[in-house]
Design a protein around this ligand. Structure first.
Ligand code: PLP
Length: 367
């Protein structure tokens, strides 16, 4: 059996380092917003090439706090994509703002800069591009568009730790960015976690206030806030894993190369290999109108696959009130019908990747 992902293999390989981090935090006896969180924030900001990182409780809350800290208010419109994790849109809703959608392009599976003009409204306050699957959205035209209209840009970088666009890592392009440390992410905690990155000291300061009751000093709320803290144990584990992230991302690219080479002649669409940066292959996503049959075939061959995502957000029952009819976002709907995520994680062996590719070739040979 070749699984879609396997966290046990990763944790076996760094078990001693994780044990040491756990023991250190337990011994110290402080568990919330302490020296591990501070150290991780500095190390993660340094990794992303931003001035600040603010640790929070999840990627979803990183989005909420980043949007709020950038000045997005209830009833503002936030333009994003429908082909994404539902969390992107849920975060907009939970701060009382209104999600609006522009279609994705089918090469990057990201916000299509060509669609921005026709998708904004008088009330649009922010653009929320998603760096889906580990590849960057086209930030230059998106930022040009935003600057010309005085819009804020918040990046959803939940799937793209370490991805590079035009010489700069994601997380440093917009006014702020949100990362998730959900365990299966390229940089994952042993539980939930998230972070906001920014170069703007005011945004960082607001995010810090928002994550802990608006406290500037203990027990005195100078503004309104919630509890969305990263805890010491997760920060300690994340510090261990951050040290391995570059090697893990390289390993993902190596597996992607095996897939690219073995699958290029087949009648399916492979991911874009960006010429203007570095993909970190959080997912390796192929596309075929015969996706469901192919998935069944791979299952019979003992190969796990996933679908990210089977239903675009605008067609989900909870978001019917946004009133985007079926057919309105054609690329997003086509992606939902055709995408398939192949096994990719740093500990997948070359041999396993070749077995996956052979099984896919067999499917198309027998067709
Ligand atoms: C694109 C995207 N945005 C936001 C999130 C939300 O992150 P979390 O699960 O940490 O809340 C995720 C992860 O699930 C994601 O993939």
């Amino acid at each position: 059996m070749i699984p879609a992902f396997d966290l046990k293999r990763q944790h076996q390989s760094i078990r001693a380092e994780l044990d040491e981090a756990y023991a250190r935090v337990l011994e110290r006896g402080a568990f919330i917003l302490g020296e591990e969180v501070e150290a991780f924030e500095a190390e993660f900001a340094n990794y992303c090439g931003t001035k600040y990182a603010v640790g929070v409780a999840s990627g979803t809350e990183a989005l909420q706090l980043a949007l709020s800290a950038c000045g997005v208010r209830p009833r503002d419109d936030v333009l994003t994509v429908s082909h994404t994790a539902v969390a992107t849109v849920a975060a907009v809703k939970f701060i009382g703002a209104r999600p609006r959608f522009a279609d994705v392009d089918l090469a990057r599976y990201a916000l299509d800069p060509e669609k921005l003009e026709s998708s904004i409204t008088q009330k649009t306050r922010a653009l929320l591009p998603v760096h889906l699957y580990g590849g960057a959205a086209e930030m230059t035209p998106i930022l040009d568009f935003a600057r010309a209209r005085g819009l804020v840009v918040v990046e959803d970088a939940a799937q793209a730790h370490g991805a590079v666009y035009r010489g700069r890592k994601v997380g440093g392009w917009g006014n702020a960015a949100a990362f998730s440390f959900y365990p299966t992410k390229n940089l994952g905690a042993l539980g939930d976690g998230g972070a906001i990155t920014t170069d703007d000291s005011r945004v960082a300061e607001k995010a810090r206030l928002l994550r802990q009751y608006g406290w500037k000093e203990r027990y005195v709320s100078s503004s309104k806030g919630i509890n969305s803290r990263l805890d010491e144990m997760q920060a300690a584990f994340l510090r261990v894993k951050l040290r391995h992230l570059n090697v893990w991302n390289q390993r993902r690219r190596r597996i992607a190369d095996i897939y690219f080479e073995a699958l290029s002649a087949l009648d399916l669409t492979l991911p874009l290999r960006p010429q203007d940066g570095e993909h970190v292959f959080h997912q390796f996503v192929i596309r075929s109108p015969r996706r469901d049959e192919l998935r069944e075939h791979l299952k019979r061959e003992g190969i796990g696959t996933l679908i990210h995502y089977p239903m675009p957000v605008h067609l989900q029952p909870a978001y019917a009130d946004i009133k985007i009819p079926r057919g309105a976002l054609q690329n997003s709907e086509q992606a939902a019908r055709e995408v398939l995520s192949l096994p990719i994680f740093p500990e997948l062996t070359d041999d396993e990747a070749r077995q996956v590719a052979d099984a896919i070739r067999l499917f198309f040979k027998n067709a």
